[in-house]
Design a protein around this ligand. Structure first.
Ligand code: AKG
Ligand code: FE2
Length: 285
């Protein structure tokens, strides 16, 4: 078999690949096809997999190097040296500590606050009980393209600082435009273009999350907050989303450059355990 068959979600965001077997190996042509699907549709779903950690990583790192957090900036799991596989779960996993519990995870792109945020991530579903919430991705290329041209122009040169939430107590941060007269978030910061360019498909991306403390560089608080509020509302209303309802064995691969993802809160008694692998990325430009 050379090419994989697939189905694209109606609004163009998210694609499901049929009959791929990641464990027994996929061909070079199929790796390139998956990369191309990711580039076009942002989220690639590969159902019915049965993977060891090694097989999961062998697949993931065909698309780029492992994401390695630097020693200085904390990220999910780094304080426990969780390594390149992080268990996202609301139950203790037999081999490792699990993270993120059962609370709401606000719309974000993984590691946006770092110098080199991750380019893509994968979640592999180990244990999904009924009542488990979906994960919802929003297409941030669409978010940018649907802004009016005047707004596009006015934000084209802006830099955004996203403050690292892991310097704050876990779960205490939500989306907020920073007012320095009240509080300056702690920790090392890196600013990135508010409109970044995708290195593979050259598309413009609105590189904004709806989860953390933020500040636009070199503009007044009033002006920065006005721009931020407008963009926040715009992204919140966008219908270009893919909502994935998990089943055991699902492997979902997403583009962290071009999407943000969200997970609603759920009942703490519902078992939901996934493994996440993350791929390293470049300095956004
Ligand atoms: O639990 C989820 O659905 C998403 C968690 C998340 O944000 C991640 O693994 O990067
Ligand atoms: Fe995430």
């Amino acid at each position: 078999m050379t090419k994989l068959s697939f189905t694209v979600n109606k609004n163009g965001v998210g694609v499901t690949v049929h009959e791929a077997n990641v464990a027994t190996g996929i061909t070079v042509a199929q790796v390139l096809q998956i990369q191309d699907l990711l580039s076009r549709h942002r989220v690639v779903v590969i159902p019915n997999q049965n993977l060891t950690d090694e097989q999961l990583q062998d697949f993931a790192f065909k698309f780029g190097p492992p994401f390695v957090p630097d020693d200085k900036s904390p990220v999910l799991g780094s304080k426990d040296s969780a390594g390149s596989i992080v268990v996202v779960g609301n139950q203790a996993h037999e081999f490792a500590k699990s993270y993120l519990g059962h609370q709401e995870v606000l719309p974000h792109s993984d590691h946006q606050w770092l110098r080199c945020p991750s380019s893509a991530s994968l979640l592999y579903a180990l244990d999904i009980e009924e009542g488990s919430p979906p994960t919802i991705w929003t297409d941030m290329v669409k978010a940018y393209s649907l802004l009016d041209s005047k707004t596009q122009q006015s934000i084209s040169e802006l830099q955004l600082t996203t403050f690292n939430p892991f310097y704050r107590p876990f779960g205490s941060v939500s989306a907020k435009y920073v007012d320095r007269r009240e509080d300056v978030p702690p920790g090392e910061t890196f600013s990135h273009p508010l409109v970044r360019t995708h290195p593979l498909n050259h598309e413009k991306i609105l590189y904004l999350n709806l989860a953390y403390e933020m500040e636009i560089d070199n503009v007044s608080y009033e002006k920065g907050k006005r721009i931020w509020s407008l963009l926040y509302d715009h992204v919140g209303q966008l219908s270009f989303r893919y909502e994935h309802h998990w089943r055991k064995g699902d492997l979902v691969f997403w583009d962290n450059r071009a999407t943000i993802h969200y997970r609603p809160a759920f009942d703490s008694t519902v078992r939901r355990v996934l493994k996440r692998v993350t791929i390293g990325g470049e300095i956004p430009f």
